[in-house]
Design a protein around this ligand. Structure first.
Ligand SMILES: [Zn+2]
Length: 372
C-alpha cells in the first residue's frame, strides 16, 4: 500500500494544479503512474499529459490502483477527488498523527505509573492505587472525547482540578486556540462541533449524523463567551470520533446484560470493551475505519495485531459499528464485513469479525456455551 499511497499523493497534486501549470507539472505524475502500472502489467496507461487527465476522470480506480475498491474514477469533472482516495490520504496526515499521539503519551504514562506500583508491592492498598491510574486514564480519555470545543477558561480550570499535573499539561497540548467570534452557538449533540447551517446534515462528521438521525437528536445551544479552544483535529479524528461508536456499544451491552461485568477501555486500554461473566471474558475491539482497506492497513501498520488473533482460550472479536456498515454500503454498494473478511483471508490473518448488529446475540450465545 505504501507504493500506492505515494502515487495517490502525486496524482492528487497533479489534479489540483491550475490549468496552465497542469501541462508542465503533470509530467511527474504521468511518469510515476506509467511506472506503477507497468510494474503491475497493466498496460492501458495514458501516454501523454492530456491522456493522463482524461484517464483520471474516466478510468475506474479499482482497475489500476492496488487496495482501492472504488468503481468511480480518481476525480469527478469538477476536479473533486474520489472520496475513498481522500479517505486514504486524510488517514495519513502526519500532523494529525502527532496530535493523536497525545492520547498515547497519556496511556503510556498511566500504564507506567500503575506498573511501578505493582512492582513495588502488592496488597489491597496497592490495588486501589493501581485502580487510581486506570481511572485517571479513563477520565482523561472521557474528557477528550466529550466535546470538540470548550471555553478556554473552563478548560484551564477543569484540567488542573481533574488531573495530576503531568497529565493536565499533556491534555492542554491537545487543544488549539480558536479564533471564531464568541457567541451562543448551536452545536452537534454528539461531538460538540459547531452545527452546520442550511444543510440537511447537522454535523460535518458523517458518524454524528448517523446517530443524530437514528436517535432523533436536536442541536444543543452552547455559550461560548470569552476565548475558546478546539480539540486538535488528530485527537478528534483518532480518539473522539471512533469513541462515539465505542461508547454507544458499551452502553448497549451494559443495558442488556445487567449481571455481566462490562468495562470500557479495561486495564488501561488493553481492549475497547471487556464483557465478563465469572471467569469467562469476551474482549471487543471496535474498529471504525472508513473502508475495509483502510482498516486492514491500520491493522498491519499500527496496532498490536497479535492481541486480535484467534487463539485457544481467548475470545476476541473485532466489531464493526452499524453506522460504518450502513454508510459504506450506501457509498460503495458493497458489504463492508464481507469485503473485510476477504481482505483478512488474503493476508492469512485469523481474526474474528462481527457486526454490531449481531453482537448482543453472539455475546449471549457465547456466555451460554459456558454452562452447557
Ligand atoms: Zn458531530
Amino acid at each position: 500500500m505504501a507504493d500506492t499511497l505515494y502515487l495517490l499523493y502525486t496524482l492528487k497534486d497533479a489534479m489540483e494544479w491550475k490549468e496552465k501549470e497542469k501541462a508542465i507539472r503533470g509530467k511527474e505524475a504521468l511518469y510515476k503512474l506509467i511506472k506503477y502500472m507497468f510494474e503491475r502489467d497493466r498496460l492501458n496507461f495514458p501516454n501523454n499529459i492530456p491522456e493522463l487527465y482524461s484517464f483520471l476522470l474516466m478510468e475506474p480506480c479499482h482497475n489500476y490502483l492496488d487496495g482501492i475498491s472504488s468503481r468511480e474514477p480518481f476525480a469527478n469533472p469538477n476536479g473533486e477527488i474520489n472520496s475513498e482516495i481522500k479517505g486514504h490520504l486524510e488517514e495519513d496526515n502526519p500532523d494529525e498523527k502527532i496530535q493523536a499521539d497525545i492520547m498515547k503519551t497519556i496511556l503510556l504514562l498511566c500504564r507506567n505509573e500503575s506498573k511501578k506500583i505493582l512492582d513495588d508491592e502488592s496488597d489491597e492498598e496497592t490495588k486501589s492505587r493501581e485502580n487510581y491510574w486506570e481511572n485517571i486514564y479513563l477520565d482523561a480519555r472521557g474528557y477528550i472525547s466529550e466535546t470538540s470545543i470548550r471555553e478556554k477558561a473552563e478548560l484551564d480550570i477543569d484540567i488542573v482540578n481533574k488531573f495530576p499535573s503531568q497529565i493536565s499539561s499533556i491534555i492542554k497540548k491537545g487543544y488549539l486556540p480558536d479564533k471564531r467570534i464568541s457567541d451562543a452557538q448551536l452545536v452537534c449533540p454528539i461531538c460538540g462541533k459547531i452545527a452546520l447551517k442550511e444543510n440537511s446534515n447537522l454535523c460535518e462528521n458523517e458518524v454524528c449524523n448517523y446517530y443524530i438521525k437514528r436517535n432523533k437528536l436536536a442541536p444543543v445551544v452552547k455559550n461560548l463567551n470569552g476565548k475558546h479552544a478546539m480539540l486538535a483535529p488528530g485527537l478528534y479524528k483518532f480518539i473522539l470520533s471512533p469513541g462515539i461508536a465505542e461508547k454507544f456499544i458499551y452502553e448497549k451491552i451494559k443495558e442488556r446484560f445487567t449481571t455481566y461485568e462490562v468495562a470500557l477501555y479495561p486495564n488501561i486500554d488493553e481492549y475497547d470493551i471487556n464483557v465478563k461473566l465469572g471467569e469467562k471474558v469476551i474482549h471487543l475491539d471496535v474498529k471504525d475505519a472508513k473502508t475495509p482497506e483502510i482498516l486492514l492497513r491500520t491493522l498491519l501498520e499500527e496496532s498490536n495485531i497479535e492481541k486480535l488473533k484467534i487463539e485457544k482460550n481467548r475470545v476476541v472479536w473485532l466489531v464493526i459499528p452499524d453506522h460504518r456498515s450502513s454508510i459504506y454500503s450506501k457509498t460503495y454498494d458493497t458489504n463492508y464485513l464481507e469485503k473485510l473478511k476477504q481482505l483478512l483471508q488474503n493476508e492469512k490473518l485469523k481474526i474474528e469479525v462481527i457486526s454490531e448488529y449481531h453482537l448482543l446475540s453472539r455475546i449471549e450465545q457465547e456466555m451460554e456455551e459456558l454452562f452447557s
